[in-house]
Design a protein around this ligand. Sequence first.
Ligand code: KG4
Ligand code: ZN
Length: 338
Amino acid sequence: MAAGMRVLGIESSCDETAASVIDGNRVLSDCIASQVDVHCAYGGVVPELASRRHIVSVLPVIATALSEAGVTLDDIDGIAATAGPGLLGSLVIGLQAAKTIAMAKKVPFVGVNHLRGHLLAARLLDNTGTPIPEFPYMALLASGGHTAIYHVRNWNDIECLGQTRDDAAGEAFDKVAKLLGLGYPGGPVIDRMAAQEGEMEEFPTAFRQRDNYEFSFSGVKTAVAQRVAQMGRPSREQVDAIVRGFQKSVVDILVRKVVMAARSRQVDRVVLAGGVAANDGLRRHAAEVCATKDLQLFAPPKKRCTDNASMIALAGLLALQAGERSAMDLAPRANWPL
Ligand code: KG4
Ligand code: ZN
């Protein structure tokens, strides 16, 4: 990776307003204005409230990212912003901020696919010393909006082998947490609870057959709802047992599929990406299985699994270095597959 190009990345696809400055693939700053306090009362992201908060946060978070990187806009060689997929009313705010700065400073601008950002996040260098994968690698991308397996041959040569037919894994975590009254976002709280040893309910997993890279998480969510209805008012111990069984069922199938895909394509590197990749149970199980199959596992720091702007800056920098430019009339894309 050629160092020396400095890119400002902006991310506003869902409920986090984020900005980052990178130099080559080295992260100089990575700032997030979280909206969790706005949405937690509703058990999920309220799009209209998200847009309103983005417009409040976007310029301050950019200013913080520049100052933490020790640079000004005059030191920036290019600007990247998430153009989709995501909530339209949220995307439009980061995108418009990015285009406006690019036009004013006369620097190149590129709109970035959010999923590509997640898939490249493992290649960012920072001071944590986390090893970064070379291409090619097999990636599990599991977030609040997407769950899929990707064969990443290069930054711009990415094949989707299969994805969820219904809910995303993170969505299942959030819905189960809501059902059990555990708060939002559901992933981190379920992860913490599931880490305690104890009884475990059993829940089904879909599409376990070989060479199938699709997922389905609506079944396990319904099974949890039915179990809760049978119990009436589940006790704390019963909730713990449900949560452990739910997490195990989701983690098992996610790891099983990415490992199966790596072996079938003879790829020896496995990468975890997306908010659910912050799950300790998933990271632990993936490490155990990869070790037994001679696969090298790359799990980026948790803050690079959940939504962040450094991953958008990196996807943008690679596109800008390849000569890609987006026009000033680029509009956000709610559904933009890779
Ligand atoms: O990638 P992300 O920040 O945003 C999207 O692009 O969707 O992912 C957010 C999702 C949420 O559903 C959240 O519950 C889940 O990632 N998540 C987790 C954990 N941390 C965040 N899921 C399981 N375990 C976690 N520790
Ligand atoms: Zn995301």
